[in-house]
Design a protein around this ligand. Sequence first.
Ligand code: ADP
Ligand code: MG
Length: 417
Amino acid sequence: MAKEEEDDKLPDKHAAKEFYAKYEPKEILGRGISSTVRRCIDKETGKEYAAKIIDLSSDSPSEMTSLEATKQEIEILRHVVGHPYIIELQDVFESPTFIFLVFELCKNGELFDYLTSVVALSEKKTRYIMKQILEGVRHIHSKNVVHRDLKPENILLDDNLNIKITDFGFAKQLIDAEELQDLCGTPGYLAPETLRCNMIEDSPGYSFEVDIWACGVIMYTLLVGCPPFWHRKQMVMLRNIMEGKFSFSSPEWNDISDAPKDLITKLLVVDPKSRISIEDALTHPFFHTMLFDQDIASLKQSLRRDSRRYSKISQIALKIHHRVFDPRQKFQWAIRVVRAMVRIQRLKYTPEPLSLETARFDPYRLRLLRKVVDGCAFRVYGHWVKKGEGQNRAALFENLPKTDLKQIYVNNLNNFT
Ligand code: ADP
Ligand code: MG
């Protein structure tokens, strides 16, 4: 994009003098309904940050204004600050038309994008990420705050590939045993009690447990790359959530051990009172396996965007995308696949050695091939790669504008009652 065009979209310099005096805004890192997040540089120190720029000009007087909502977000960010897995708010600037929230920069972007690039995470990586998420959520809850919008888009990865929970736009500090009623969050991650109290009269409100449910949805999605309750008909998805109807029957689950399945089953319990607590989740056998420094180092290496594996898949996907036929590459690829097949057959612990014959008739059964197929398909077709049993990877892209939630609720209400 041309520089002037980029600058055109930047808030009026006069309206935000203080911010521009201190920071040099750069490219866009992400967008929300009324916010744009840009990388920016502290002019004095040269240090990089992320500035969330909130446009107040579209505020309507009838609803909670962006100004009020942002003030609440700032208050909560300051209240939960001081934990390694929570995003740090560095600076705030206000002008009549814009608010600037300056955060520490997470160079490795969203967990969502990382997941999309690798399709699914191994148990080891899931353990590493989920432990941090649960510890971050434990800290938030210890401050009496419920996040209400936990999802891979709101979990960032910093330079050291540690997670940072961000986007406290829906977070709420609870007073005493206060219960909440409002319908907010992202459809696929909503807890059954949030839906129930909005759809069924006289149902109790909801509380901290909604974040634990969202952790279950995240963990399921990390392990297999598709979310547990997705259905192309939103109403069916919401009903599945309310009934806690999900399964481990898709072929990806065959390679996954019992401990993570057990933890997911305990996180995705419909009754919030019977749902596992964060404390118990953190001591669940899934987390008993020690992660040694060595493990973490190699893990971090493979998590890095410039890792060999990532770039290999990207290259292949790019080739497919641009429809470039490279016979040499294709030949090398075939050799690699055959070699991998031989290695798979030799594996002592492979429960059911698969022959090349099997690979020809049902390649998706082979984990390695499945990963490659999914990785390429993901890049080429993105949102319409169909999965069995009404599940669809499209759900990963389900990031409905927050304001649409009310509409979904209104549309679906009649079908439920
Ligand atoms: P919204 O409330 O509009 O969803 P978020 O706070 O979630 O706003 O930010 C939107 C997106 O901007 C994030 O999903 C992420 O891609 C990017 N982003 C936000 N904060 C940072 C940060 N500190 N470092 C890097 N990227 C960020
Ligand atoms: Mg967000």
